[in-house]
Design a protein around this ligand. Structure first.
Ligand code: SF4
Length: 155
């Protein structure tokens, strides 16, 4: 898997102070996408074991308490990203007790494959659906257009 950005401190993408990872790769081609440079799986930089370890370390850093991890992109549920994101999510669940996980995807919850669903079953909040330019609303929290749904599984 490749990624575009990692923010060790982020207060925009989800509740509270968070770590946020923007992965590479998205098939949805939403008109008006704010992040077209992430569409190619080959764009960005390799997501290394060192960065995975850094994210776990940052989430457990008590000097700047983080509420949790946000996963965006690109699309963390791109079929070719699922294995790497699932590995990271499993580590957060086992090594970062009390931290929540939010994930943004262009897929719909009802359409997820078994592999995608296995990953989504471990997270706390899913924001699903493509960005629809006609339904864009800058007053919305954590979603770009009103068709997108915030699914609170555990919060
Ligand atoms: S799902 Fe997100 S990253 Fe992918 S094309 Fe749509 S707005 Fe862009």
């Amino acid at each position: 898997m490749n990624y575009h950005q990692y923010y060790p401190i982020d207060v925009v993408n989800g509740l509270g102070t968070r770590c946020t990872l923007f992965v590479s790769g998205c098939v949805h081609q939403c008109r008006g996408c704010y992040n077209q440079s992430t569409w190619s799986l080959d764009s960005g930089h390799p997501f290394t074991q060192a960065l995975e370890d850094q994210i776990i370390h940052d989430l457990n850093d008590t000097r700047i308490p983080r509420r949790g991890l946000s996963l965006s992109g690109g699309d963390p549920l791109h079929p070719q990203n699922v294995a790497s994101v699932l590995k990271l999510v499993k580590r957060v669940k086992s090594e970062c007790p009390g931290k929540d996980i939010w994930l943004w995807t262009g897929y719909l919850l009802a359409e997820l494959s078994a592999e995608q669903r296995e990953l989504v079953d471990l997270i706390d909040v899913l924001i699903d659906g493509k960005f629809e330019k006609e339904l864009a609303d800058p007053s919305l929290h954590w979603r770009g257009s009103s068709n997108q749904v915030i699914h609170h599984f555990k919060l």
